[in-house]
Design a binder for this molecule. Sequence first.
Ligand code: NAP
Length: 268
Amino acid sequence: MSTIAIIGAGNIGEALISGLVAAGHDPKSVIATNRTPSRSKYLENEYGIRTTDDNHAAVSGADYVFVCVKPPQVVSVLSELADTIDKNDSTVVASLAAGVKIADMEEAVSAGTPVIRIMANTPMIVGAGMNACTPGRYVSDQQMDEVAEVLSAVGDVVVVKEDQMDAVVAVSGSAPAYYFLFTEALIDAGVQAGLPRDLALKLAKSTVAGAGALLSQRDDEPATLRANISSPGGSTVAALRELEESGIRGAVFRAVEACARRSNELGG
Ligand SMILES: NC(=O)c1ccc[n+]([C@@H]2O[C@H](COP(=O)([O-])OP(=O)(O)OC[C@H]3O[C@@H](n4cnc5c(N)ncnc54)[C@H](OP(=O)(O)O)[C@@H]3O)[C@@H](O)[C@H]2O)c1
């Protein structure tokens, strides 16, 4: 079984660890690093993985290195580790940091080191993430397939071009927040309609999860699923007309445009 090093086991690093272990990856072949000793202890106890505060020790002999530190730290962490990674035969370096470009990662590591840029999203914490990957120029098809296999433990995987990453951030990386906002509004509206808050919360959460499951398990377009529950002259159509009159589609277009623009400004 391949050895996987997770550099920076915070929220996203832990999600990856949790998914890998749940998918049957041998915990002892996962090694994570962190700066806070108590967190490393927690990760050892919770998942049975190995931890160290020495990034060099973690990447030494690793087949895959997943860099999960904050974006401003990625290049310096990779530069420090370049020689150690280079000593391995064929380590693949994958970064989950938003906005850090492949060219900058390739410049930080030794020439020829394969690097992959990944845009994940937080549903990976429960194994339902969306991972969009761009392989750098030294990544073979087989290496990309192997990393996709590792990532499939925490969700879906697609390969995209790097110039699509800002749009990817807008449609999947940041998008869980749009659904959370919509759900918050639905809860408040349910309270306004006379439901106790805890009941409105249960109904709204369960419905967004159920609609998501229906979308993902059927090949139907969302428009078809919506039409299926829109009886002529019925209550659903009355609600949809209000949403359309409020400009929901235009708001989504503008939100996605603003998110992609901001992602680009931040270095995406
Ligand atoms: N959260 C999201 O929605 C999301 C979604 C997709 C992608 N991402 C990306 O995932 C990355 C991590 O985000 P996060 O939310 O998981 O952040 P986080 O919880 O702050 O995790 C970062 C971890 O890196 C550790 N760390 C920092 N410097 C280190 C070093 N030199 N060596 C080893 N470990 C180091 C930190 O340890 P200490 O706490 O001890 O300093 C912390 O555990 C970011 O680059 C972000 O862009 C996040």
